[in-house]
Design a protein around this ligand. Structure first.
Ligand code: NOJ
Length: 636
C-alpha cells in the first residue's frame, strides 16, 4: 500500500519511503506515461450512460468526525454537529457523506483503531444520535456511508485481548501470530535483532508503515503479532473464516440501520505472504556511496510485495459484493486503493466486464490526483502537470470498461490539494485559481466525485510548526522529516467568529488555522467569486445539466501543451458541454478541434467561468483563457 505521503519515487511506486529521504531520490527519471487508449475505448466512453444508479452521479463528502462541527463544547467534533450542518451539505449539493471512523476507539490512530464495531464512541455521541443523523440526512437527500476498518482492530478490542492472552483461546487464531526466529539463526538481520525478545527475533524484515518492525512481542503467548500500522492496530487473520463471518455480520448490523455503503480502509493489505518471505530492499534506497537510506521513521526502505495486493483479497471482496448486493437501494463499496496503474485498478472492480466476479463498486482512482512525479506528491515542487492529468483522466474515463470511476484529490492522510497543486511562491490569487481547476476536473468529468471537508472552501494545509503540538503519532516519531497528518485535519472553518464557528471551546483538539477570518463558509457564501461558490455552482450544474450529469466523455486537442479540454457528449435532446482549463500562469488561446466528437458546432455559451473576462458566447476557433482559468460552456 502506498500512501502518497510515504511514496518516494515514481520509478518504484510501491515502495514505502520518506518524502525527504534524499534529494537524489527526488531527482529520479520521469515516470513513463501509459500507452494511448484505443479508438474503440474512446468511442464507448463518448456515449451517455443512461444509468441512474445513485452513486454513479454522486458527490461524496468525507467528514473527519473530530474536525467538522462540535455540538457540545468539548473542542472535538461529533455526530450531533454533523446533524446541525446538514442544511449546509444539502445546499452544497452533496449526495452522500462518508464519516471516517466514529466507533469506540482508544484514538491512537484517531478512530482507525476500533475497539467495538457495533457502537458509537461516546466522544462523538450515542447510537441514538447516529440514528437521528441517518434519518435527518435522509430527509435532506443525503446518504450516510461509514468507514470500515477490516484489516486490523484496536489492541483493546475484546477479540485481541482474548487472542493475546494464550495460545489456546477461542480467538487464538484471529490475528497473525508467529513464534519468531532465534536471534542467532543465519540470515537474521541487525534490524530484526533490534526488536528481539527472549532470544527470539521477529520472523522477517517486515516493517510497519508507521515505523519500526511490523511484529510486536506478547509475553503471555511468547509470540509476535503482525501489525501493518501502529502496534496498537493488530492485523486480523483473514485466512480464518470466522474473521470474515464476524466482519460481514458487523457490516450487516450497519446496513440494517440504513447506511448507504462503506469506504473500506486499507483493503489491499488484508492478506500477507503465508511463507513470511522477506520484503526486498529497493535499489533506489541506496545513495551514490551505496549507503542504505532510511525513511522518515528511520527504517530501511523496502518493497511491500509480501504484504500488499495479495490475490486472496479478491475472493473476500467477491463474497462481500454478493452480500452488499443482497440489500436493496444500491449500497456501495468504496475502496481505499492506492495502486500503481489503471490495469491494477481494474482488478479491484473484478475486471473490466461486470459479471459474477464483481468486487468493489468504486475503488478510488488515486492516479489522477496523487501523482508522484517531481519528487513525491507532498513535495513543494509538484505543480499542475497537464501531461499527467490528461493521460490519467483520459484513462480513467476510457479504459475501465463497464466499471465506474471514482475521482479524488483530497483526504485526511495527505497534504491538501490546495498545497499539492500549487507552489509556495505562488500568490493566493493563483492558488485559488488552481484550486478551482481541481474542483472543475472533479465535478465536470464523468466520475463519481469524492471530496473532503474544507476542500470546497480552499482550506490549505496547516502543518504544526512545533513537535510538541503534534497529535498524529507518526508526526511525533518522524519529526521533522514526517510532521504527521494534523495539517489536513484542522477544524472546519464556518465563520469569522471565535473558533471559526467550529466549537465554543477555545481549546479545540487541533488549533483553528489563522486564515479562518477570510477562508470560511459565511464569508465565502457572500462572495460570488469564492471557492465555495465555484464548488457549489459546478455541483449544481452536474445535477441539472444533462450532459454533465450523464453524458459521455471525449478529450479534445490532446497535444495542446497548455489547456486541458474535453467534452461531455449529450444524451438525446440536450447539448454537449465543453470544459477548458488553462494550466499555465500566462493567458493561452485555443482553437478547438471537434473531430473526436464529430460535432459541427462552432460556438459555446458560458455556463461557469472562474474569470469574468471569459463570458457569454465564445467562438470555438479562438478562446482565450487568462492564467489558470477554468471555463465550462454549452456547445451550439
Ligand atoms: C488508512 C486511513 O485513511 C489512515 O488514516 C489510517 O491511519 C490507516 N488506513 C490505518 O487504518
Amino acid at each position: 500500500m502506498v500512501y502518497p505521503r510515504f511514496a518516494a519515487t515514481a520509478a518504484a511506486p510501491l515502495l514505502i519511503a520518506s518524502l525527504s529521504v534524499s534529494c537524489a531520490l527526488a531527482q529520479k527519471a520521469e515516470k513513463p506515461l501509459p500507452p494511448p487508449v484505443t479508438a474503440a475505448q474512446l468511442k464507448a466512453a463518448a456515449l451517455p450512460t443512461h444509468d441512474e444508479t445513485w452513486w454513479k452521479h454522486a458527490v461524496v463528502y468525507e467528514i473527519y468526525p473530530r474536525s467538522f462541527q462540535d455540538s457540545n463544547g468539548d473542542g472535538i467534533g461529533d455526530l450531533n454537529g454533523m446533524t446541525q450542518r446538514l442544511d449546509y451539505l444539502q445546499k452544497l449539493g452533496v449526495d452522500a457523506m462518508w464519516i471516517a471512523p466514529m466507533f469506540p476507539s482508544p484514538q491512537v490512530d484517531f478512530g482507525y483503531d476500533i475497539s467495538d464495531y457495533e457502537a458509537v464512541d461516546p466522544q462523538y455521541g450515542t447510537m441514538a444520535d447516529f440514528d437521528r443523523l441517518v434519518a435527518a440526512a435522509q430527509g435532506k437527500g443525503v446518504k450516510v456511508m461509514l468507514d470500515m476498518v477490516l484489516n486490523h482492530t484496536s489492541d483493546k478490542h475484546k477479540w485481541f485481548t482474548e487472542s493475546a492472552a494464550s495460545r489456546s483461546n477461542s480467538k487464538a487464531d484471529w490475528y497473525v501470530w508467529n513464534d519468531g526466529v532465534p536471534v542467532d539463526k543465519a540470515g537474521v538481520t541487525d534490524y530484526q535483532r533490534k526488536f528481539a525478545h527472549d532470544g527470539m527475533a521477529p520472523p522477517n524484515n517486515w516493517e510497519s508503515l508507521f515505523g519500526g518492525s511490523a511484529w510486536e512481542w506478547v509475553p503471555a503467548r511468547k509470540q509476535f503479532y503482525y501489525h501493518k500500522f501502529y502496534k496498537q492496530q493488530p492485523d486480523l487473520n483473514w485466512r480464518n473464516p470466522a474473521v470474515e463471518t464476524a466482519m460481514f455480520n458487523m457490516m450487516k448490523f450497519w446496513l440494517d440501520k440504513g447506511v448507504a455503503g462503506f469506504r473500506l480502509d486499507a483493503v489491499p493489505v488484508l492478506f500477507e505472504d503465508t511463507q513470511l518471505r522477506n520484503e526486498d530492499t529497493v535499489v533506489a534506497s541506496f545513495d551514490a556511496q551505496h549507503n542504505a537510506l532510511t525513511n522518515a521513521q528511520g527504517d530501511p526502505i523496502l518493497n511491500d510485495n509480501r504484504t500488499n495486493m495479495l490475490p486472496e483479497v479478491h475472493d473476500v471482496l467477491r463474497r462481500m459484493r454478493t452480500m452488499m448486493d443482497s440489500y436493496p437501494g444500491n449500497r456501495v463499496l468504496v475502496g481505499e486503493t492506492y495502486l500503481p496503474n489503471t490495469a491494477e485498478l481494474n482488478k479491484w472492480y473484478g475486471g473490466t466486464v461486470l459479471s459474477k466476479t464483481a468486487e468493489l463498486h468504486l475503488p478510488m482512482d488515486f492516479l489522477v490526483g496523487f501523482h508522484t512525479e517531481g519528487g513525491g506528491p507532498n513535495s513543494p515542487n509538484v505543480s499542475l502537470d497537464l501531461k499527467h492529468l490528461r493521460t490519467y483522466l483520459g484513462e480513467m474515463e476510457t479504459t475501465l470498461g463497464d466499471n465506474w470511476p471514482l475521482l479524488v484529490f483530497d483526504n485526511h492522510d495527505n497534504v491538501r490539494s490546495w498545497d499539492r497543486f500549487s507552489r509556495p511562491d505562488q500568490s493566493d490569487v493563483q492558488k485559488q485559481a488552481i484550486a478551482k481547476i481541481i474542483a472543475t476536473m472533479l465535478y465536470t468529468t464523468r466520475a463519481t466525485a469524492l471530496t473532503y471537508y474544507g476542500a470546497e472552501l480552499g482550506m490549505p494545509t496547516t502543518t504544526p510548526s512545533r513537535v510538541e503540538d503534534v497529535q498524529d503519532p507518526i508526526g511525533k516519531t518522524g519529526w521533522p522529516k514526517e510532521k504527521g497528518r494534523d495539517g489536513e485535519r484542522t477544524p472546519m472553518q464556518w465563520t469569522a467568529g471565535p473558533q471559526a464557528g467550529f466549537s465554543t471551546d477555545p481549546k479545540t483538539w487541533l488549533p483553528v488555522p489563522a486564515d479562518y477570518k477570510t477562508i470560511n463558509v459565511q464569508t465565502e457564501q457572500a462572495d460570488p467569486n469564492s471557492m465555495l461558490n465555484w464548488s457549489e455552482k459546478l455541483i449544481a450544474l452536474r445535477r441539472s445539466n444533462p450532459a454533465l450529469h450523464d453524458g459521455g466523455f471525449a478529450m479534445l486537442n490532446t497535444s495542446d501543451p497548455n489547456i486541458l479540454s474535453y467534452v461531455r457528449t449529450a444524451p438525446t435532446g440536450s447539448t454537449p458541454v465543453l470544459t477548458l482549463m488553462n494550466m499555465t500562469a500566462q493567458p493561452q488561446t485555443i482553437s478547438l478541434d471537434m473531430k473526436p466528437v464529430d460535432a459541427k458546432m462552432t460556438k459555446a455559451t458560458t455556463l461557469a467561468s472562474s474569470d469574468p473576462s471569459v463570458s457569454g458566447t465564445q467562438m470555438l476557433n479562438s478562446i482565450t483563457l487568462p492564467a489558470y482559468a477554468s471555463w465550462v460552456g454549452s456547445l451550439q
